[in-house]
Ligand binder design. Structure first.
Ligand code: DAK
Length: 259
């Protein structure tokens, strides 16, 4: 399927998705969110995609929800927009396959929230992060109050949200909002290297690990450990576990079938 606002490139088991509304700094409108919703369904079913990478065309990753579209919405329309955004962001978070955000520039408001829905964030040195919503008279609306506090702790999340400050990539790394900062030139290469590394591992185990971390973090430690025990046990019903351990004892590289 062709997408108007997204550039989709698939190679070597990696699907790279670039937001492509550079004139509006890749702001998220209904059309972009609907395209993303469809694309995520396609990716979930695509056996040739193991890892997803998000990035942005131009100087922004995503500069937030589209203020131009939002400003005239009434209550019903606002609610519909919110439901669509939440559905898409949760779909990213719960996608079986790992998702990496290569944050090339502004990640503000809904853009920062989108990056936080991804599993891993790598930032270019010029990237900027922030939740500027209170300056527009709204609260963060695509999960920012919840995901930011889970990532960086409630005190830092409150500081960033209450002040609407924009922070640098370096500051974002310091507080744990991004995994690492690299030069702008190296951003895509470094991100692809990490994606490639993940794509060569046993994908059932990678996906089980994502599932265990996501579900476990929301619950008490005993329930969380039970989740791990069950998924660990299920690995022993896979061909990958047999092959992975056999390859180790035979001192060769495992050839996973991902089943
Ligand atoms: N929406 C629409 N257009 C945007 C935009 C945005 N978020 N951000 C930038 N643009 C547009 C600008 O209007 C401008 O368009 P033209 O004037 O050229 O037509 C173009 O992109 C270039 O922007 P600038 O000229 O402003 O570029 P600068 O380099 O000078 O500044 C900037 C870059 C990122 C600092 C600045 O553009 C900026 O402050 N942008 C707004 C950032 C922001 O406030 N983002 C948060 C948006 S609020 C909800 C759930 C979630 C949300 C809302 C509701 N529900 C539950 C209902 C989320 C809200 C948000 O994300």
């Amino acid at each position: 399927m062709d997408y108007k606002n997204l550039i989709v490139e698939k190679s070597d088991k990696i699907c790279k998705i670039s937001f492509n509304r550079p004139k509006a700094l890749n702001a998220l409108n209904t059309e972009v969110l609907e395209e993303l919703d469809k694309l995520l369904d396609e990716i979930e079913k695509d056996d040739e995609t193991f890892v997803v990478v998000f990035t942005g065309e131009g100087k922004a990753f995503v500069a937030g929800a589209d203020i131009g579209e939002m400003k005239d919405k009434n209550l019903i329309e606002g609610k519909k927009f919110a439901q669509l955004g939440h559905k898409v962001f949760r779909k990213i978070e719960l996608l079986e396959k790992p998702v990496i955000a290569a944050v090339n520039g502004y990640a503000l408001g809904g853009g920062c929230e989108l990056a936080m829905s991804c599993d891993i964030r790598i930032a270019g040195e010029k990237a900027k992060f922030g939740q500027p919503e209170v300056g527009l008279g709204i609260t963060p609306g695509f999960g920012g109050t919840q995901r930011l506090s889970r990532l960086v702790g409630s005190a830092k999340a409150k500081e960033l949200i209450f002040t609407a400050d924009t922070i640098s990539a370096q500051e974002a790394e310091k507080i744990g909002l991004v995994n690492k900062v690299v030069s702008q030139e190296e951003l895509i290469r470094e991100t692809m290297n990490m994606a490639n590394k993940i794509a060569t591992k046993g994908q059932v185990a990678v996906r089980f690990s994502k599932n265990a971390i996501n579900r476990g973090i929301e619950t008490d430690i005993d329930t969380a450990l039970d989740i791990e025990i069950n998924l660990f046990g299920m690995c022993f019903a896979t061909e990958d576990q047999k092959e992975g351990m056999k390859a180790f004892t035979e001192k060769r590289k495992a050839e996973f079938k991902n089943k």
